[in-house]
Design a protein around this ligand. Sequence first.
Ligand SMILES: [Zn+2]
Length: 150
Amino acid sequence: MSVIRIGVNLEGELAKKFLAVKKKLAINSNADVVRWLINWYYEKEGLTIEESRFEYFNLDEDKGIIRVHDKQLRLYADIQIIELKTGEPALYCTVCQSTTCEHIKYAVTTPKVKKLFKQNKWELPEPNEVEKWWGCPDLNRGPESPSLGA
Ligand SMILES: [Zn+2]
């Protein structure tokens, strides 16, 4: 569930318009006016909420496993941090047995993974660079998790 906090200052004409809307709606709370307006506009425009396929689930720092929820396949993809032959760290999906699957491409976009790589001064590819970075054929060294660093 996502929570968005909005703090907004309205001045001048916009403030007057807001008060006029609030009066017309006969809603006491400014926040409820905003909620009403969002729902009204959403319905008016016939908008739909696109559920994203992937969702970051958690990071097991002890085991070095990043867990991504795949809502389409209804599974949790465990992603390990492995070391390539070159010594570079890479992400490895244990479900797909791949370093370049969609789970990996999603994982590199998550704030937790970005932070983890940054903390360890590891370079992290963009999703469209994953294959170029980690798609090397001589990767099959088996997952070995380097320490996540202190
Ligand atoms: Zn995968």
